[in-house]
Design a protein around this ligand. Structure first.
Ligand SMILES: NC(=O)c1ccc[n+]([C@@H]2O[C@H](COP(=O)([O-])OP(=O)(O)OC[C@H]3O[C@@H](n4cnc5c(N)ncnc54)[C@H](O)[C@@H]3O)[C@@H](O)[C@H]2O)c1
Length: 289
């Protein structure tokens, strides 16, 4: 495996592409929007410059990685040369199916097609291609430059050789692959995170403890770097809300619906740090008040 294509240069795709380039792969990251590529370029330079200034990486390594990294809107040219594709485009099934069908048409026969989604499983994309045995999920965590976990998940049609190749690639990127033996929406880490959130909300809604005390217990008793309410405020309360609605649309299970508390916050537009109010309130410099 030498050449990697990352489709989508947003928050995830840009950093995944950088991870690949830093590990020595010739990498192209594509997007439909020029602005997304410009933003990715400037954000990656700023971030990697900071790493160099703090002594986390050498200037030579960073310059060599940027020399291996191409930003482009021409997905066809990049797909024609890719050994493996990581799709990190918009979280919409129709968009991903279109991308996979196109990649299938243009990529060489040996090319493995993966998606970074955790909600959309590769079985929902495989039949848009003629290579279901070479389609899988390769799920990175945000921020991809920092987080070490990569979940590797195949559908029932994914071959062992594909699973091994994707797992090996994750390892060569300096990540710690977690291999699932079966598909399940949300995979492992996000399901566990969801269960902790559900329990935290249950304790809150039943008047057992305050937001602050539930977060404190998670930090001081369980060693979590931040409590579930602090984390929801940081990532945006609407993200979990939409993930729950998507899961409910598939399962029909009422337990998968968003909680009353989260629904009220989303309807009020109190989405966490980015709006200055969520489970906590924040002043203009982002400090908790
Ligand atoms: N943000 C997270 O925390 C996170 C974590 C793990 C996985 N993911 C998954 O990664 C994927 C990307 O998420 P993100 O947060 O980077 O989104 P984002 O909105 O930041 O970026 C998506 C990018 O895809 C581009 N795009 C849209 N349609 C495209 C197409 N047809 N071809 C190429 N590019 C296209 C958009 O212009 C945009 O730049 C999603 O599937 C998401 O579920 C996100």
């Amino acid at each position: 495996m030498q050449r990697i294509l990352v489709v989508g240069a947003g928050a995830m795709g840009s950093q995944i592409a950088m991870v690949c380039a830093l590990a020595g792969y010739d990498t192209t990251v594509t997007d439909v929007a020029d602005e997304a590529l410009d933003r990715a370029t400037s954000q990656l330079h700023a971030r990697l410059d900071r790493d160099v200034a703090k002594g986390r990486r050498t200037r030579e390594d960073v310059d060599a990685a940027f020399a291996r990294l191409t930003f482009s809107t021409d997905v066809d040219a990049a797909a024609a040369a890719a050994d493996l594709v990581i799709e990190a485009a918009l979280e919409k099934l129709e968009v991903k199916r279109e991308v996979f069908a196109r990649l299938d048409k243009i990529s060489p026969a040996h090319t493995i097609l993966t998606t970074n989604s955790s909600a959309i499983m590769s079985s929902q994309l495989a039949d848009a291609t003629g290579r279901a045995d070479r389609v899988a999920n390769m799920h990175f965590f945000n921020p991809a430059l920092v987080m070490r976990c990569v979940e590797v998940v195949g559908s029932s049609a994914t071959s062992d050789a594909t699973m091994e190749a994707v797992t090996e690639l994750a390892r060569s990127l300096g990540k710690e692959p977690v291999v699932l033996h079966k598909e399940i929406p949300g995979f492992v880490a996000n399901r566990i995170l969801g269960a902790v959130r559900d329990e935290a909300i249950f304790l809150l809604e039943n008047g057992i403890a305050t937001v602050e005390d539930i977060d404190t217990a998670c930090r001081t008793a369980l060693g979590y770097p931040m409590g579930p309410f602090e984390l929801m405020d940081l990532t945006g309360i609407e993200i979990g809300y939409h993930a729950k609605l998507a899961r409910h649309a598939v399962s029909g299970d009422p337990r998968d619906l968003p909680s009353r508390t989260v629904t009220e916050l989303v309807e009020r537009g109190d989405l966490g740090r980015k709006t200055g109010k969520g489970f906590y309130t924040y002043d203009e410099s982002g400090d908790r008040t």
